[in-house]
Design a protein around this ligand. Structure first.
Ligand code: NDP
Length: 396
């Protein structure tokens, strides 16, 4: 039975709270903390009404290690689930270290002033976490997260060596707005407008944004334009998958999304440097976030499905093999269950599963770990049980 502290009452945080409340035999005590108490209050009432489960709420600025330490010392959680923003990864990891508390997140650290995310600073905590006897599980969302587990599962059950991996992320949801992002707009637009990158024969190869496109036929969705992006799970997968020669990440975008994004970029609205506006300083992309629909509100209007998976090619018993592992998630079904659309759902469910396996001691060892470093089987079983069933197809 675990006592968990969830930090971040956004779109994904809502799903995590629902899923933990659904597993109240494991998560005996749940506290939801966020910058604004009113976000927590709304979810607290929803959880009580839906499941009859009481959760505690708290206000915290997760940019402040001192505030976090005070909160953790008061609540004494077994695990802190960081469902705030990637900017808060290091402060929350530091607070967990100071209080000897296990840590989990869904996205790797990103510095607010540089649109670049990497594991370096989080991996640097590995020895300190080992010495303290605590664990950090990094990237327990869908991608990163489930995609890493799919790769580990393919490696364990289908291949002697995997040579090529393509991670394929399709969101075919339609929310009816001309332009909106399905998760935090600032994080989303920074990721999508950045240069692309993939890894081949030991080297990272950089591309212009959206330079490489392919069309993939996504089961239950159909053919979609898919663009090569850099995505964080590749940084750990190149270290942990045996015999890998190339790994790429593709995400689908409709023409309207790309046209809007290009236009916003051209007029400077994606800028992350402050600009002077009538005597005050504003960061264009943060102002844009204020104008765009809050991702939390998209759930009620989004129809369609997501399909996220991996295609792995390699060798088994001296023969070439190609495997496709994927999950299809329906926006309306996700909303019915958790009042959130499928992008939040597919991230929040794996966060709960990661915490559950840690709480049960199934995935538990001191240090800082990526998802593919654990036995994938218990996680895969939990996905089937928790609303994200997966399919394995042999492609050749
Ligand atoms: P939202 O913007 O909807 O929610 C983030 C929440 O964090 C907000 O509600 C905000 O709280 C809270 N927050 C922000 N700053 C602070 C702070 N300083 N202190 C305390 N709380 C803070 O984002 P999402 O829910 O869409 O995303 C959550 C995380 O999930 C992000 O890190 C995102 O990158 C990650 N993600 C991972 C995916 C994956 O597959 N691995 C996919 C999608 C998202 P408040 O409302 O109180 O101000």
């Amino acid at each position: 039975m675990a006592n968990v502290l969830i930090i971040g009452a956004g779109g994904v945080g809502r799903v995590v709270v629902h899923k933990c409340a659904q597993n109240s035999d494991v998560f005996e005590k749940i506290t939801l903390a966020s910058r604004r108490l009113e976000s927590c209050k709304e979810y607290q009432d929803e959880i009580k009404e839906r499941y009859g489960v009481d959760i505690d709420i708290a206000e915290v600025d997760a940019d402040s290690v001192d505030q976090l330490v005070k909160l953790i010392e008061r609540i004494k959680p077994d695990i802190v689930l960081n469902i705030a923003l990637p900017y808060q990864d290091l402060t929350i990891m530091e607070a967990c270290l100071r209080t000897n508390t296990h840590y989990l997140d869904t996205a790797n650290y990103e510095h607010p002033d540089t649109a670049k995310f990497e594991y370096k600073e989080q991996w640097a905590y590995d020895q300190k976490y080992k010495d303290a006897g605590i664990m950090a599980l990094l990237g327990s969302g869908f991608d990163p997260g489930v995609t890493n587990v799919f790769c580990a599962y393919a490696q364990k059950h289908y291949f002697d060596e995997i040579h090529y991996i393509d991670i394929l992320d399709c969101n075919a949801g339609d929310h009816g707005y001309p332009f909106a992002t399905n998760f935090n707009p600032e994080i989303n637009l920074r990721e999508v407008s950045a240069k692309g990158r993939y890894w081949e024969e030991g080297k990272w190869i950089e591309t212009e944004p959206m330079e490489i496109k392919m069309v993939w036929d996504y089961p239950q969705i159909g053919k979609r334009d898919s663009y090569l992006l850099y995505h964080e799970e590749m940084e750990s997968l190149v270290k942990h998958i045996k015999g890998l020669k190339r790994i790429r990440f593709f995400m689908t975008f409709g023409e309207s999304y790309l046209t809007h994004m290009k236009c916003l970029e051209n007029v400077g609205m994606l800028g992350i440097e402050p600009v002077e506006h009538e005597g005050c300083k504003i960061v264009p992309i943060q102002f844009l976030k204020t104008l765009l629909p809050d991702p939390k509100t998209l759930g009620a209007r989004t129809k369609g499905k997501t399909n996220i998976g991996i295609v792995a090619t390699g060798i088994k018993d001296k023969k070439e093999r190609k495997i496709y592992i994927y999950n299809v998630c329906d926006h309306e079904e996700a909303y019915k269950e958790t009042s959130s659309q499928a992008v939040s759902y597919t991230t929040g469910v794996p966060a709960m599963i990661g915490a559950k396996l840690m709480a049960q001691g199934v995935w538990m060892k001191s240090g800082v770990w990526n998802m593919e470093q654990f036995d994938p089987d218990p996680f895969m079983e939990e996905l089937n049980r928790s609303g994200l069933p997966w399919v394995v197809e042999e492609l050749s």
